[in-house]
Structure formats: structure tokens, C-alpha cells
Design a protein. Structure first.
Length: 254
């Protein structure tokens, strides 16, 4: 991708799954990377595994907490000498019937997936405005932000919120040269989805692909990472305020 070499990239939720694959992709593109994650040991393991590819460091933080976000963004800014690109990837998910969702579970889902997305984006956008050289923010939404799925009311609501947050950010930050877009992955082969699939049954992923995905397979983290890299690159220099769906055609099915 054009324009990624040497860029300073912060990836929240970068210590596993799609985030770790994205860190790997940006390092392969010649960028400098700082990864955040909830678990300190997991972050350390990810950084160690990625270090052979280029300049990478990281820190643990809970993105739902203002203090954690402030520390994460400052640590990234110090380590990288600024922030050119934010991959706003941190999130959580679990299955739960609408009638069973407790207020505490609702609050936690939105605290991570929507409040956390806002806190990290706002903190990094302030850095970018202060730097005066523009920047790129890519927020993680989901196909669940485009259409409802049973047993995920809180998750669906959080990801729908991310899409309108993204569009509003793009409108407000465009004058500062900051592009803001979102990704909407479908069913991707990640540790989080594998954990959910175990609750449903061993054949869930394969059955889901056959029934719901025109390409007849589950997506890979590297394929989402490629979309992140594209939106962050100069190849997407006139793309802002929109979303790219990475789902093998899932939302095209009637």
C-alpha cells in the first residue's frame, strides 16, 4: 500500500486476533506500531512475536476507562513520536438472548465497544489536530451494525453506534485533514468467535458458512487486516465517512 512506510500506528485491541494480524500487516508495510490490549501478558507476548518484523511496542489498557485511554495514547505518542494512524480495534462480544440481558451486561458491552471507541478516537484525534498534519482513524464496526442478529442485541446496538460515530467524526474532522472510516467484518476466524462457537456446537462455523456466506467459508484475520491497511493508506486518500464490509457476501443474502 502507498504511504504507510514510516507511519506511526496505534492499534487498540492489537494483542490478538484481527488486531494482531493488523499489527503484522502494518509492520510488513514498513510502519511503526504500538499495540494496546487489556491483558498485560498478552500484550508482551504479542510484541515479542511481532518484534522480528519491525519497530513495535505496546501497553495494557482498559479502553472503557478514561485514565487507561489517556495512558495508552500518551505511551503510544511517546514511543512513536506522534500518531499518524489509529486502528480503533478493541472490542468484546458474547451471545445473550435479549430477554436475558441485564443492565450490567448491557453497560459493559457498550462501555467497551462504543464508549471505548469514542474515548480512544477522541484522544487520538486531539493529538492529530495538535500535530497539524492530518491523519487516519479506522473504527471497528461489524456486519452486526448493519443488520440485527438474534442473541446479540447489546452487541448490535454498540456496532450500529460505531457507524454513526464514524460518520460524524468524518464530518467534523475533515477540515483538519483527518479521514475517518469503519470496517464491518462478518464472521471471522478469531479466538473470540471460536469461543462463542464452542457454546453453540462444534459444527457451527462450517454450517454458518454453508448457509449464510456466498463464498462458503469463514473469513481470516489477515483479510480484515488488509482492509485496515487499505483504508489507512494513500490509496484511500479520498475515502472518508463510510464503511467497508468484509464478509464474503453475507449481508448480500436475502
Amino acid at each position: 500500500m502507498r504511504g504507510l512506510r514510516g507511519k506511526a500506528v496505534l492499534i487498540s485491541g492489537g494483542s490478538s486476533g484481527i488486531g494482531e494480524a493488523t499489527a503484522r500487516r502494518f509492520l510488513e508495510e514498513g510502519a511503526r506500531v504500538f499495540v494496546g490490549g487489556l491483558d498485560r501478558d498478552q500484550v508482551a507476548t504479542a510484541v515479542e512475536g511481532l518484534s522480528e518484523l519491525g519497530e513495535v511496542s505496546g501497553a495494557a489498557a482498559d479502553v472503557s476507562q478514561e485514565e487507561g485511554v489517556a495512558s495508552l495514547v500518551q505511551s503510544a505518542r511517546d514511543a512513536l513520536g506522534g500518531i499518524d494512524i489509529l486502528i480503533n480495534n478493541a472490542g468484546t462480544a458474547w451471545r445473550e438472548a435479549f430477554l436475558d440481558i441485564t443492565p450490567a451486561h448491557w453497560d459493559r458491552m457498550l462501555a467497551v465497544n462504543l464508549r471505548g471507541m469514542f474515548l480512544v478516537a477522541q484522544a487520538v484525534a486531539r493529538v492529530m489536530v495538535d500535530q497539524g498534519s492530518g491523519g487516519v482513524i479506522v473504527n471497528m464496526s461489524s456486519t452486526n451494525g448493519l443488520a440485527g442478529e438474534a442473541d446479540y442485541a447489546h452487541y448490535n446496538a454498540s456496532k450500529g453506534g460505531v457507524l454513526l460515530l464514524t460518520k460524524t467524526m468524518a464530518v467534523e474532522l475533515g477540515a483538519s485533514g483527518i479521514r475517518v472510516n469503519a470496517l464491518c467484518p462478518g464472521y471471522i476466524d478469531t479466538p473470540l468467535n471460536l469461543e462463542i462457537a464452542r457454546e453453540v456446537g462444534a459444527e457451527f462455523a462450517a454450517d454458518n458458512a454453508r448457509r449464510n456466506i456466498p463464498l462458503r467459508r469463514t473469513g481470516l484475520p489477515d483479510e480484515v487486516a488488509a482492509a485496515y491497511a487499505f483504508l489507512a493508506s494513500d490509496d484511500a486518500s479520498f475515502i472518508t465517512g463510510t464503511e467497508i464490509v468484509v464478509d464474503g457476501g453475507q449481508v448480500a443474502v436475502m
